[in-house]
Design a protein around this ligand. Structure first.
Ligand code: ZN
Length: 127
């Protein structure tokens, strides 16, 4: 559990989140901005998507796991917290482990999907 003071510090404007580049299959810590979904990948220059601080990147060689992540993103799941109803309250749901599970997950929790904008054109300067 994150303590209050630690959480406050992490919410400073300068805090860093994981930005995933699907071309490189790598994640880079870059500056968080609630208005900015994409930043330029420092490795290949393609767009890297902000997946927040909960995202744990798979190994770059693990194509199956990256395919799962890309599938989730395409369906509006960018590692935001997802909840299910339980015992009259809400419990946070774990993200799926496999692509097969992800296919059920995106259908089941479709009402919690985010409207993730597509990447900007590649010739646009980085935000
Ligand atoms: Zn890249």
């Amino acid at each position: 559990m994150v303590s209050g003071s630690e959480k406050d510090r992490r919410m400073e404007p300068s805090y860093l989140t994981a930005h995933a580049c699907f071309r490189c299959r790598r994640s880079f810590k870059m500056k968080y901005d609630p208005e900015v979904f994409y930043r330029k990948c420092p490795r290949c220059g393609d767009w890297a998507l902000d997946l927040g601080r909960n995202f744990k990147p798979p190994k770059s060689s693990d194509k199956a796991q990256w395919a799962k992540v890309e599938f989730l993103v395409q369906h509006g799941f960018v590692f935001q917290k997802i909840y299910r109803e339980a015992d009259g309250g809400f419990l946070q749901v774990r993200y799926p482990e496999t692509l097969a599970e992800a296919k059920e997950f995106v259908e089941h929790y479709a009402d919690q999907a985010w409207n993730v904008p597509p990447p900007p054109p590649n010739d646009e300067p980085a935000a």
